[in-house]
Design a protein around this ligand. Structure first.
Ligand code: TMP
Length: 212
């Protein structure tokens, strides 16, 4: 009985944000914090998270000569996402395992809806058709100025097909993320990612409390 109770309480949390906002550091903090409370945690990512979805990730991130059409890019993101939801996320949750995903559907709204200019409407239709109303219980949106994030990304060196885009692309993405947060009825919590890691973690801890 008690085990059943624990199982039904497993939550799905996603982390979002533009390039360079410190998702990796925050993700490992969220994982440790939830584990310290006695839960089992699965960390995963999008695009990716299953063998097929990871192959799709490589297709999407690799730099290539051929122009990648924005709608094709969007559909590949969703193809990868459905594999991820059906083969990894839902089975984990029903086993009582908490799931933390480095990006999820909000990234499609921000990058393809905003960055690539596809708008939200078409994405809403694809989301509804392919995922129904399946969403994270909580989404932490790490937010900082695009200039600051890009400067941090450049320090990392190697770039992928997305990171090679111009600054205006990322400004549109940030705007779309913030618009999406506004429409999320409280699911997406905006975290100011510019202060020290300690302060960012304090803010994250506060938001996690509502979910625990
Ligand atoms: P990452 O750099 O956070 O691992 O994510 C890979 C890239 O994929 C990142 O530049 C954002 C992009 N992306 C989209 O464009 N749409 C999506 O739906 C997802 C999940 C990621």
């Amino acid at each position: 009985m008690q085990i059943e109770n624990m199982k039904s309480k497993a939550k799905f949390i996603s982390l979002e944000g533009c390039e360079g906002v410190g998702k990796t550091t925050s993700l490992s903090f969220v994982k440790k914090h939830i584990e310290s409370l006695g839960h089992t945690v699965l960390v995963t990512r999008e695009p990716g998270g299953t063998p097929l979805a990871e192959e799709i990730r490589n297709l999407l991130l690799d730099k290539r000569e051929e122009k990648v059409d924005a709608s094709a890019e969007l559909l590949l993101m969703f193809a990868s996402r459905i594999q991820h939801i059906e083969n990894v996320i839902k089975p984990a949750l029903s086993d009582g395992v908490w799931v933390i995903s480095d990006r999820f559907v909000d990234a499609s709204y921000a990058y393809q809806g905003g960055g690539r200019g596809l708008g939200f409407e078409r994405i809403e239709a694809i989301e509804k058709w392919s995922m129904g109303s399946f969403l994270p219980d909580l989404t932490l949106l790490l937010d900082m100025s695009v200039e600051e994030g890009m400067a941090r990304t450049r320090l990392r060196g190697d770039s992928d097909r997305f990171e090679d885009e111009k600054i205006t692309f990322f400004k549109t993405i940030r705007k779309a993320y913030l618009k999406r947060a506004e429409k999320s009825m409280g699911r997406i919590k905006i975290i100011d990612a510019s202060p020290s890691p300690e302060l960012v973690q304090q803010a994250i801890k506060k938001e996690l409390e509502s979910c625990l």
